[in-house]
Design a binder for this molecule. Sequence first.
Ligand SMILES: Cc1ncc(COP(=O)(O)O)c(C=O)c1O
Length: 439
Amino acid sequence: MVSRRGFLREFSGGVVATGALARSGASVAAWEGGQVIAPTLSIANLKPSGQLDEAYWWKVRSQFNILDGMTFMNNGTEGPVPRVVLEANERFFREIAENPSDNYRREEIDQVRALVAGFVGADAGEIALTRSTTEGMNIFSHGLDWKAGDEVIYCTHEHGGGIGVLTTLTKRVGIKPVLVEIPSPPPSIDHIVSLYEKAITPRTKVIMVSHMTYVTGLVTPVKELADLAHRRGLLISVDGAHPLGMMDLNLKALNVDHYAAAGQKWLMCGTGTGVCYIKREVQERIWPLMGPPGDPKDGAKKYEAIGQRDVPSVLGMTAAVELQKAIGKANIEARVRFLSGRFRAGLKTMPGVKMWTSEDPAFAAGLTLFSVRDIPMANVQQAILSRDRIYIRTMTTGNLNACRAATHIYNMPAEVDHLLDSIRHVAENSSRYMTVAAH
Ligand SMILES: Cc1ncc(COP(=O)(O)O)c(C=O)c1O
């Protein structure tokens, strides 16, 4: 983690002007070090009118307030918020601060729900607007009637946000989580499906799987696993923290029963936003996590009885979705794949580097995991940050000693190349970085 104040102090020769930095709008010299924020464009202005060349993507990049000189490559944890979203959130926050008598904004929230539903290929009655992926995962698993001995299949690389609830249900009800191990990288889709199929027993109730694992960034064959689940009379619950805002998602086409996604990662809505899809046909089997049982006519809204909520952030989701629609979901996925493909192609041939993420586009998109010799990952991360001002994250899951980089639409090819240069430097000077992170 690097704080804005720390980043500025470290990389701006001590010039810190964080107050001014927060300003947005027309050209503003945001801090004495010279950061200039480009004019804010309307969403309509970001609709491609011609070729999606680097000039176009630079225009997209100019709509983010990412610190000058910082290359941010950890969208997998939290994305930077584009200015249209930031300004929308600020506006709604101010409106409610000035006039709290209209704080619930229920009709507008229903409009956000309808917009989000259309964006992910679902009906509005199947979408609950949540606070996070974790909340969406809990809604499904805590909402289901389990019996002691019921089994749920999951894989080694599931995130705590998705499987934490299974641990509680194991203790509280006596369910049995059954682990499958997917090789990194996997040989084929059929191989992955066969691993899940072999784990099914007469007691299996649910397959729980990440659409993209947070560890290696493996894109799992969710449609094939959903078909398997349904053939065998099971439910499928998907941790979709990453694909929303990164991939051209269509939940109906994926045929899943449940899909929990984050707003703050690739959709870039800021913290406290999430999307939970529960297929209409299974809603009667899923109790709400909070509040009353709900009325079937309310659809997935019954999962939102959480009391007062962060209305500004929920309403701000409209700007995030409209921005993505203007750029185009397929264009976004293609750009993410272009950037990460460039990164993986560079990593693949680099001496001393092990890439854990598959090279096959069927199994990878915006996340890439790698190790540099056996240098402790925190040293690799710190060296890259200190030397080249590039922020990536470390990964310890499954005893890995690795770092993960994410590429999204605000990243430029030069930043990918810069990260490759930085990794090459660390690999070539490994003795310097083995014990302490050299600055
Ligand atoms: C695969 C996966 N699932 C769940 C989560 C938790 O997300 P949230 O903070 O939205 O609950 C993350 C966060 O990194 C994740 O990567």
